[in-house]
Design a binder for this molecule. Structure first.
Ligand SMILES: NC(=O)c1ccc[n+]([C@@H]2O[C@H](COP(=O)([O-])OP(=O)(O)OC[C@H]3O[C@@H](n4cnc5c(N)ncnc54)[C@H](OP(=O)(O)O)[C@@H]3O)[C@@H](O)[C@H]2O)c1
Length: 201
């Protein structure tokens, strides 16, 4: 069975996902509310942090933590061991497709293969449920991966952490299509950050 899929995005008032100081502590504190079994992240989000990952202190694997699953059809991610040892996740899982380029022969990264030239996100979620016993998957994406998941009807909940700033230019989280949402909760925090939690109706 497909797990419950939630996505949380840090945005400006005009829906831009970068170019302002994200309240990271608040973002991750709120993210823990879902107690996800799997954190689903796109390769681009990991690649944006790879430089920093290389110099981050390694920690013990967090046995009780979620599994980090990275959508990486082109096998671009390299810092798997650093990710595993960030101290947040219990393990890592590479989501690949049939046509994903060959991995290093000595690679020991667990893989889940779906789709032909790109990861089949619907099948991947089903398998995360059936093989990995995931009940809750939290998506961490600024928009591209999230837009595809929304388009495929694979998102159950969406939370926006709205920061009190208008950025003006930059990539927006919102997809091009219309979605009707049902507000489940709204909380205002110190500093004017507002958390809006929606169910997909
Ligand atoms: N503000 C926030 O809350 C927030 C959260 C997360 C990340 N970020 C920032 O956002 C940036 C990256 O975000 P992004 O939106 O560009 O990328 P992303 O969310 O990481 O999504 C890109 C990933 O989605 C995959 N993908 C796209 N379409 C697909 C499809 N049809 N089928 C299967 N897989 C598909 C891509 O696959 P391929 O590898 O095949 O291209 C790629 O791995 C980074 O700078 C990061 O720091 C911000």
């Amino acid at each position: 069975m497909r797990p419950h899929v939630v996505a949380q995005v840090a945005v400006s008032v005009d829906g831009v996902t970068s170019g302002f100081a994200v309240d990271q502590a608040r973002f991750y504190a709120l993210a823990t509310l879902w107690q996800e079994d799997v954190t689903l992240i796109g390769a681009d989000t990991i690649l944006a942090q790879e430089q920093a990952l290389r110099s981050t202190e390694r920690r013990a694997v967090r046995a009780a933590g979620p599994v980090l699953a990275v959508v990486d059809s082109r096998a671009r991610v390299r810092e798997w061991e650093s990710l595993r040892e960030l101290g947040y996740w219990s393990d890592v899982l590479a989501l690949y497709a049939d046509q994903t380029p060959a991995r290093p022969l000595d690679s020991v990264i667990p893989e889940l293969i779906t789709g032909y030239d790109r990861v089949d996100l619907a099948e991947a979620l089903e398998l995360l449920g059936s093989r990995h016993h995931a009940q809750v998957v939290r998506v961490d994406s600024s928009g591209r991966l999230l837009a595809v998941l929304l388009e495929l009807g694979l998102v159950d909940e969406l939370a926006l952490l709205v920061h009190p700033v208008v950025v003006g230019s930059g990539r927006r989280w919102a997809p091009a299509e219309r979605y009707d949402l049902r507000l489940a909760n709204a909380v205002e925090f110190e500093g004017g950050v507002v958390w809006l939690r929606y169910c997909m109706s």
